[in-house]
Design a protein around this ligand. Structure first.
Ligand code: PEP
Ligand code: MG
Length: 583
């Protein structure tokens, strides 16, 4: 047995078999001349490959219908249609006759040309089809080259995925019923892959650095998403300890879940709101089971990042409406897209930015593409008649961005009026506070906004200069750093002086270790991964607001994150039930 320790990224215990996932790259295709006498055989090879790829796809499609969402299943149905399309086959044969080249090269050449044409189209639907062509061509090529390929969408058994890194789009499209755990070399608790693992309730450990070097495909693993431990090839005793710990964990979870109907109120009557963060509309149905009072952050960009979900106004409108209907009268805060940084849209980002995290992302991206931004705003406005919606702008760095965004929101309202489309008259509009310049000028920004929501993942990243996806520096990303606490205090106090609410939707809000600290700072609303709600609520219901304020007074005198973390831990031991002091 070997024990590796990484960063705990998503709660839960799991044991299972490792699937070492190495990224598929497009195979290199040499061009070889085919003699006329070999032509019939080459055509036979193509037909054989098409038939085999189609058979493979039919099976995957059948499985997808049973195990995955309708959208995911539809992607495979579309691929099947393309593969069966006689026009596609004719095009391949024409190119073969023109070039007398080997069939692998012909497939690659035709696919490349089709993709280029699609990518040049102004219509996002066409650009999206380029990804489908890429997938179908690859499948055909792997058949022609007799290469067995791995895909997380096409798993036949339960696995724990072990990867160097996973793209958000890979997590979105993988077969989530089969992936029982995730182990990654890269990433931190606040990287978007970790956020998605929590959203889908898949136990995960990230930032292991050497996981893919040590773990072999098929190895037995135990993953502890609470402590960050990964046991490779566990012995009998490890397995029996694991079973005991998993039973205790599940019992504790059930106990915490029993609080779901109770209010998030301190023992001396301090009432706050506990909301959930979601990434895809389907999550909205689940968050109520965890006791969420609303949705404090809907990361709408994942709609754009999911293949087959080109974010046109109608599709966005339906997704937002789906979430609003699931939540009834409870508030739903839709954040306008935070594309860029580590959430790249190939349609818009060519990958040539030297510092993507300091570059063209979030509100900067939306303000540069006003048509795209207004499409989203109109979709949100129109959906507002179906529930209680709020709008939030990400990565605000100064008042000009707020003014420009509000002006475009006004234009979107005018466009809806002109089209006779109804929308709610009073919609709260807020700013995310996640750039140091916004935190320090929160008093100025508060005058323009209806609420703030602190994005601590980015605020910590930018104020402490720590890339949130880089495991080598993640030890520096400390929520109790005096700089972070001063930013938080100034932001919350500025909101209150202006009479608006201060929320938090970064991962800090879901960390039960700092719940008392945030209560004492005066935070009004906490928003977090649904799986974190029960523990945080349990802490809230176990403490007194007056004690939390005293804790904050002490911590604000602290000179280092370590000193502050120790103060908070000692306080927890003294003021909370034993099982909570260890959370
Ligand atoms: C944050 O930065 O804290 C946040 C909530 O936004 P995201 O994690 O999506 O960047
Ligand atoms: Mg952010």
């Amino acid at each position: 047995m070997e024990k590796l320790t990484g960063i705990p990224a998503s709660l839960g215990f799991i044991s299972g078999k490792a699937l070492l996932f190495v990224e598929n790259t497009f195979p290199e295709i040499p061009r070889i001349s085919i003699l006329p006498a070999q032509s019939p055989d080459e055509i036979k090879r193509l037909d054989g490959a098409i038939a085999a790829a189609a058979a493979e796809l039919s099976l995957i499609h059948e499985r997808a219908v049973q195990e995955m969402s309708k959208e995911q299943a539809n992607i495979f149905a579309a691929h099947l249609l393309m593969l069966d399309d006689p026009v596609f086959r004719d095009e391949l044969l024409d190119r073969f006759r023109e070039t007398a080249a080997n069939m692998e090269w012909v497939v690659w050449d035709v696919a490349r040309e089709m993709m280029q044409k699609m990518m040049a189209s102004p219509d996002p639907l066409f650009r999206e089809r380029a990804a489908d062509i890429n997938d179908v061509a690859k499948r055909l090529l792997y058949q022609l080259l007799s290469i067995k390929r791995a895909s997380l969408a096409e798993l036949e058994e339960d696995v724990i995925v072990v990867a160097h890194d996973l793209l958000p789009s890979e997590i979105l499209t993988m077969n989530r019923r089969r992936v029982k755990g995730i182990v990654m070399d890269a990433g931190s608790r606040t990287s978007h892959t970790a956020i998605l693992a929590r959203a889908f309730n898949i136990p995960a450990v990230v930032g292991l650095a050497i996981g893919t070097k040590i773990i072999k495909d098929g190895d037995a693993l135990i993953v502890n998403g609470r402590t960050g431990e990964v046991l490779v090839k566990p012995g009998r005793k490890d397995l029996s300890d694991f079973r005991k710990a998993a039973t205790v964990y599940h019992r504790q979870m059930e106990e915490f879940l029993s609080l779901r109907e109770l209010p998030a109120e301190t023992m001396d009557g301090g009432r706050v709101m506990v909301n959930a963060n979601i990434e895809i509309p389907e999550e909205a149905d689940q968050v109520l089971q965890y006791g969420a009072e609303g949705i404090g952050l809907y990361r709408s960009e994942f709609l754009f990042l999911t293949p087959g979900q080109a974010a046109q106004e109608e599709r966005q409108y339906h997704s937002y409406t789906q979430v609003l209907r699931a939540m009834g009268v409870r508030p739903v805060t839709i954040r306008t897209v935070d594309i860029g940084g580590d959430k790249i849209l190939p349609d818009f980002h060519s990958g040539d930015e030297k510092n993507p995290l300091l570059g063209w992302r979030a509100i900067r991206f939306s303000l540069a593409l006003p048509d795209l931004f207004k499409t989203q705003l109109r979709a949100i406005l129109r959906s507002s008649v179906n529930g209680n919606v709020k709008i939030m702008f990400p990565l605000i760095s100064g008042i000009e961005e707020i003014e420009q965004a509000l002006a475009l929101l006004e234009e979107a309202r005018d466009e809806c009026r002109a089209a006779g489309q109804a929308f709610a008259e009073h919609i709260g509009v807020g700013a995310m506070i996640e750039v140091p310049s916004a935190a320090i000028t929160a008093d100025i920004l508060a005058e323009k906004m209806d609420f703030f929501s602190v994005g601590t993942n980015d605020l910590i990243q930018y104020s402490l200069a720590v890339d949130r996806g880089n495991e080598r520096v993640s030890y520096l990303a400390r929520p109790t750093h005096p700089a972070v606490l001063r930013f938080l205090k100034h932001t919350i106090d500025s909101a209150h002086r202006q009479g608006i609410k201060a929320a938090m939707c970064g991962e800090m809000a879901g960390d039960p270790k700092v719940t008392a600290l945030l209560l004492g700072l005066g935070l009004d609303e906490f928003s977090m991964a649904a799986q974190s709600i029960p523990r945080v609520k349990r802490v809230i219901r176990s403490v007194n607001m007056a004690d939390c304020r005293s804790l904050v007074e002490e911590v604000l005198q602290g000179v280092s994150w370590k000193q502050n973390a120790d103060t908070v831990n000692d306080w927890m031991t003294e003021h909370c039930p034993a099982e909570l002091a260890e959370v």
